[in-house]
Design a protein around this ligand. Structure first.
Ligand SMILES: Nc1nc2c(ncn2[C@@H]2O[C@H](COP(=O)(O)OP(=O)(O)OP(=O)(O)O)[C@@H](O)[C@H]2O)c(=O)[nH]1
Length: 446
């Protein structure tokens, strides 16, 4: 996510941080670099111009000769202004009205409407314990109704069957009746993908929205579409009242410009982001977290949140208990950790959320990948219980035996055991400073 963009920002920031004193000239020079970076990232020109004006005014006014750490001050200003650029007071999802609250999903073909619908239903069920019903009004694309049915079944979401012979309005009428009767809190309605210039289909959608009067009408948008998407949103908004955007496919490494342009250009808030194809890959849009990632500062907060949502409470409690007890962290515990890393999305997922500077400094971390994780697991599984408990006893002959059992060279084994020792040290720090430091110091494990 935003790798190219964040690498560029990291470089600009590294450069300015090294300057003891800032003059108007070098602030102007840095702002030029920021401008080019945004331009290359496909941010719209009007956004860049407005942003540069504010940055110039604030940074020149506030920094020169006034700050002891001018570089840091400059970075803070850029960070704050970028957050302001994508923030909106209307970004909260409204589902606290009289039930059944209705959500309508609209957008171009293939934008990710059906997938996002299911992810959203799953997210709200899991986080807010609401009773949700989903229905499809897509009678145009063959298999669209079946797709929603299959996804719903897979995720244990209540699905109401609809038929191609029905009109969207008939489907919705039945669904609302059903939702009221069965006391559902939320009804989420999928629609057929369409182009904004298909007047007939847009009119049909407008009629449907007027009939449903949804609390939220989400425009689901593929973030890979770039600047063209801005026209689509505006055109959809001419027919409908869009209350929020769900920006999908942010996991692909695109240029990132669209996320900085949407709010400023359309005044419609981004409410949710899709970051993968799996059911749990939907997040509430948090401007400060996104900007941190764009600027290469990592996203430790959402990493901790993801870990808390995706790992069982009991597992987290076990780790915390282990840390607090001060008992020696052994290779059995390490094996459990490896399994957990795999479960939450693997090492690439974790790396993605770490501050870029730390990642770049720590070459070992950079070289660490899914393959390494597999090898570590194989190494530990080839050990005897006593070796796992007390790795200190691993002498040369024991290592030879483990090596032939796991297919890992002695050199690799030594390097993994060194990493394990680093983790042991980290656990001791976490005991003093708390559980969250474990993730904040993640890179020190390597
Ligand atoms: N990588 C990634 N893929 C996604 C994301 N969201 C959706 N997709 C994929 O995008 C493709 C299209 O998604 P759908 O949900 O079928 O799109 P749709 O808008 O309902 O499509 P139509 O009904 O044909 O208009 C599928 O392969 C999804 O798995 C995301 O956040 N990340």
């Amino acid at each position: 996510m935003f790798t190219t963009l964040s690498k560029k920002f990291s470089k600009i920031f590294q450069n300015i941080s090294q300057q003891g004193r800032l003059t108007e000239k070098n602030i102007q020079k840095t702002l030029k670099k920021v401008q080019y970076t945004l331009l290359e990232a496909d941010v719209s020109i009007s956004v860049i111009n407005d942003l540069t004006k504010i940055l110039k005014k604030k940074s020149i006014g506030q920094i020169i000769n006034k700050s002891l750490t001018p570089g840091q001050e400059f970075i803070k200003i850029v960070q704050t202004e970028l957050v302001n650029l994508i923030n909106s007071p209307k970004k909260k999802i409204n589902f606290f009205e009289k039930p059944p609250v209705k959500f309508l999903m609209v957008g171009l073909q293939g934008a990710g409407k059906t997938t996002s619908l299911i992810k959203l239903a799953y997210f709200i069920t899991k986080k807010f314990k609401k009773k949700i019903l989903v229905v499809s009004t897509d009678t145009i694309r063959p298999a669209a109704i079946d797709q929603l049915e299959i996804l719903s079944k897979k995720s244990n979401i209540n699905f109401l069957k609809s038929y191609k012979s029905q009109t969207p309005q008939e489907i919705v009428k039945i669904a609302i009746k059903h939702a009221i009767k069965q006391l559902y809190d939320i009804l989420i309605i999928d629609t057929a993908g369409r182009l904004h210039n298909n007047e007939k289909m847009m009119q049909e959608l407008q009629n449907l929205q007027n009939y449903i009067k949804p609390t939220e009408t989400f425009f689901v948008m593929d973030s890979m579409t770039g600047q063209d998407a801005l026209h689509s949103i505006k055109n959809f908004n001419n027919f409908l009242k869009i209350s929020g955007i769900i920006l999908t496919k942010l996991d692909s490494d695109h240029r990132g410009g669209i996320i900085l342009s949407i709010q400023h250009t359309t005044k419609i808030p981004i409410k949710l982001i899709g970051i993968g194809e799996k059911i749990q890959d939907l997040q509430i849009f948090c401007p400060d977290r996104i900007i941190k990632r764009i600027l290469g500062m990592g996203d430790i907060s959402s990493l901790i949140e993801d870990l808390k949502i995706n790992l069982k409470k009991s597992t987290i409690q076990k780790i915390e208990k282990k840390i607090k007890s001060g008992k020696n962290f052994n290779l059995n515990d390490f094996l459990i950790q490896i399994k957990q890393i795999k479960k939450i999305g693997g090492i690439e997922f974790l790396k993605n959320k770490l501050p870029l500077n730390t990642q770049m400094i720590n070459q070992n971390m950079y070289n660490f990948n899914e393959e390494t994780l597999k090898k570590m697991e194989a190494m530990i599984l080839s050990m005897t219980p006593i070796e796992k408990e007390f790795p200190k006893i691993l002498n040369y002959s024991r290592k030879i035996r483990i090596s032939s059992g796991s297919g890992i060279t002695i050199q690799e084994m030594n390097s993994y055991l060194k990493q394990f020792k680093n983790i042991q040290r980290l656990m001791k720090t976490a005991k003093k400073k708390g559980f969250n430091t474990l993730f904040k110091n993640f890179t020190n494990m390597f």
